[in-house]
Design a protein around this ligand. Structure first.
Ligand SMILES: NC(=O)c1ccc[n+]([C@@H]2O[C@H](COP(=O)([O-])OP(=O)(O)OC[C@H]3O[C@@H](n4cnc5c(N)ncnc54)[C@H](O)[C@@H]3O)[C@@H](O)[C@H]2O)c1
Length: 253
């Protein structure tokens, strides 16, 4: 029986994979056999080196997802260097400072929407060209639990951008699923993707809300692997909650 979670011969773009969740996703996809193209605003050679050290194939491009030309160039690089594009994971995003609704600066609102929402649109639009030509492809967008919970402790711009990502996911799926391209989202809860500077007490208080503990970048990578692999061939236009069993509102989310 074929292993439906293998991605041999496939090429995947992962944005924002220099660190954190994106890096976890890139490592899991590479481990499943995909060649990985990373687009990040910072140097992602650490992730590329790790994939190559494991016998995989990867390269990275310095870019800004909020710039349509950069997204086109990222897709072109994938086609030129690896000859194809099968998978896009829109992971790059910024955490806006914890602004309040009534005094959120215009610049913060605009930059957050530009990167977290417009970036997903531009990069998906660029990737769709070769995918629609091939009549197949898989796109996964990283939303967040904050899209539905409001997340008082996070910027309204961030929360709104992540809700917008869900809308884009459904709109893209509605128009391209019949053409062979599947589009889905994931909505993670709290993932310890880097050092958040918490005290031991703060970390414990947050972890206490998650029956399965805090998430890791690898946990998100494994969920993405399902959504981009042949195992999910009948799945499009959905948003997967990945929350470690979290069910209530908390002070953070
Ligand atoms: N960490 C969490 O708890 C959590 C929860 C839910 C959703 N998410 C989402 O998961 C994704 C990754 O989160 P993370 O915690 O790993 O974040 P992170 O800040 O650690 O990593 C984000 C990556 O995106 C890159 N990036 C930022 N702006 C960019 C731009 N304009 N163009 C290209 N690259 C850019 C950064 O350089 C970085 O490598 C984000 O979409 C985030 O909103 C995170």
């Amino acid at each position: 029986m074929p292993d439906t979670r293998r991605l041999d011969d496939q090429v995947a773009i992962v944005t924002g994979a220099a660190q954190g969740i994106g890096k976890g996703i890139a490592l899991v996809l590479a481990g499943a056999g995909a060649r990985v193209v990373i687009g990040d605003i910072q140097d992602a050679s650490g992730t590329v080196d790790e994939i190559r050290a494991g016998g995989g194939h990867a390269l990275s491009v310095l870019m800004d997802t909020s710039r349509p030309d950069d997204d086109e160039a990222l897709v072109d690089t994938s086609l030129k260097e690896f000859g194809r594009l099968d998978i896009l994971v829109n992971n790059a995003a910024i955490d806006a400072p914890k602004g309040t609704v009534w005094d959120l600066p215009d610049a913060e609102w605009e930059r957050t929407i530009a990167v977290n929402l417009s970036g997903v649109f531009y990069c998906s639009r660029a990737a769709l060209k070769p995918m629609l030509e091939a009549g197949k492809g898989a796109i996964v967008n990283i939303s967040s639990q904050s899209a539905r919970l409001g997340a008082k402790g996070m910027s309204p711009a961030y929360n709104a951008s992540k809700a917008g990502v869900l809308g884009l996911t459904m709109a893209f799926s509605a128009q391209v699923a019949e053409k062979g391209v599947r589009v889905n989202a994931v909505m993670p809860g709290l993932v310890e993707s880097r050092d958040f500077g918490w005290s031991a007490e703060e970390r414990e208080a947050r972890a206490a809300e998650y029956p399965l503990g805090l998430g890791t970048p690898n946990d998100i990578g494994e969920a993405i692997l399902y959504l981009v692999s042949p195992a999910s061939r009948w799945v499009s236009g959905t948003a997967m909650h990945i929350t470690g069993g979290y069910q209530r509102g908390s002070s953070f989310f």
